[in-house]
Design a protein around this ligand. Structure first.
Ligand SMILES: Cc1ncc(COP(=O)(O)O)c(C=O)c1O
Length: 412
């Protein structure tokens, strides 16, 4: 790992930089090559045997991808990282490396839909036992621990209901029972939350989201100890092949330079939008940890420096009015994903969380009427005006306006 930086804003720009000895390029070039030429047969053999440093083949490693890995590892405060083709590549690499037939996994009941599907429908096919627990309930993880429990997996805030899991509790329980803890930090990015500070062993990201920030890449990354990342790369990534392309790594490196200012703006705008929605008579519930009324609010400042850019809410009239609202927006794009410059709106029950059965969804606290918005970087007045206009097109209800909660002055 190269030199470390005192401030994360500086690290997003400079960490992991590989000096271009040949031409002195300011930005790392895209090493768009599938393979690397050996000086001799002997050198090739030595690289394969791990006796000589150097690149072999881009599925196994690439200089542009390596720069990204070193940068994100430093941002998360972890020893090393492995970049993957997608966020799901990162989730599967972390889980498949650490679980074998006969092992038991404790996973959060509410998760991004495909993480849930991987655990519920794929891992169980290979003899891995799974318990889904509500990790917001005190003592729930310890109650689920069995003699063969190996890994505990969570995301916080949870996609899409924005529940917050106590990372200090998670780290302590995992440590006490010698479990490997994995946290998906996609919703907040290392600017707002660094799970390693709470003893979490592995941190994963869908780099598709805030890390890249421009909606033009699907990618993922796993951060952990040097030994863990070596294991992930040499076993699962090498053999399963969910490797990131150098061009995608370069785009994410470019996106990362503005991560801190983007995330700050996402937070500030989302706070205003959440307060607006909470005061609107046609909105029944708003889920955003930056609102004082949200159960995750006490974790603000303690484990998260801001609440992020994603908000969940329910319309008083239910699902049909919710869909009418989505269709009536104009500035928002009806699309899944988050962390982009564009504001996005979607319906989790029929989109991102459709891998859950209706019963499983309800049990995980994801109602059919829930709408998820990812607040973008447009002017916040324009975002609110679009929602206001869309809300004006759906039928009036009798409900009184909700109390507006106070703002968090500095969310990033
Ligand atoms: C929290 C979370 N984790 C993982 C993923 C999967 O990432 P990707 O779509 O890059 O595979 C997503 C995607 O939305 C997500 O929201």
């Amino acid at each position: 790992m190269n030199k470390s930086f005192k401030h994360i804003e500086t690290a997003t720009i400079h960490a992991g930089k590989i000096k271009d000895e040949q031409f002195g390029a300011l930005t790392t070039p895209i090493y768009q090559t599938s393979t690397f030429v050996f000086e001799s047969a002997e050198q090739g053999g030595e690289r394969f045997a791990g006796e000589a440093a150097g690149y072999i083949y881009s599925r196994l490693g690439n200089p542009t991808v390596r720069q990204l890995e070193m940068k994100v590892a430093q941002l998360e405060g972890m020893q090393d990282a492995a970049a993957t083709a997608t966020g799901m590549g990162a989730v599967s690499a972390a889980l498949l490396t650490n679980l074998s037939a006969g092992d038991h996994l404790i996973a959060s009941k509410a998760l991004y839909g495909c993480s849930y599907s991987l655990i519920r429908h794929q891992l169980t096919r290979f003899g891995i036992e799974v318990s889904f627990v509500d990790m917001t309930v005190s003592g729930a993880i310890e109650m689920a621990i069995q003699a063969n429990t190996k890994v505990v997996f969570a995301e916080t805030p949870i996609n899409p209901n924005l529940d917050v899991i106590d990372l200090d509790m998670l780290g302590r329980v995992a440590n006490k029972h010698n479990l490997i803890s994995i946290v998906d930090n996609t919703f907040l990015s290392p600017i707002l939350q660094q799970p390693v500070k709470f003893g979490i062993d592995i941190v994963i990201h869908s780099a598709t989201k805030y890390l890249n920030g421009h909606g033009d890449v699907v990618a993922g990354i796993v951060c952990g100890s040097e030994a863990m990342i070596e294991q992930i790369k040499l076993t699962v990534l090498k053999d399963i092949g969910a490797t990131m392309s150098p061009h995608d790594a370069w785009l994410i490196l470019r996106g990362l330079k503005t991560l801190a200012i983007r995330v700050k703006q996402h937070c500030e705008s989302a706070q205003e939008v959440a307060e607006y929605l909470q005061s609107h008579p046609k909105v029944k519930n708003v889920y955003y940890p930056g609102l004082k009324s949200h159960p995750g609010y006490p974790y603000m400042g303690r484990q998260m420096l801001g609440a992020g850019g994603v908000i969940g809410f329910e319309i008083d009239g239910g699902i049909d009015d919710g869909k009418a609202l989505i269709n009536a927006t104009q500035l928002f794009s009806i699309a899944v994903s988050l962390g982009d410059a564009e504001s996005l709106i979607q319906h989790p029950a029929s989109m991102t969380h459709s891998p859950y059965s209706p019963e499983e969804r309800l049990d995980a606290g994801i109602s059919d009427g829930l709408i998820r918005i990812a607040v973008g970087l447009e002017h916040v007045d324009d975002i609110i005006a679009d929602l206001d206009n869309a809300l004006s097109t759906i039928p009036q209800t009798t409900q009184e306006p909700h109390a507006t909660s106070q703002t968090i002055a500095d969310c990033a």
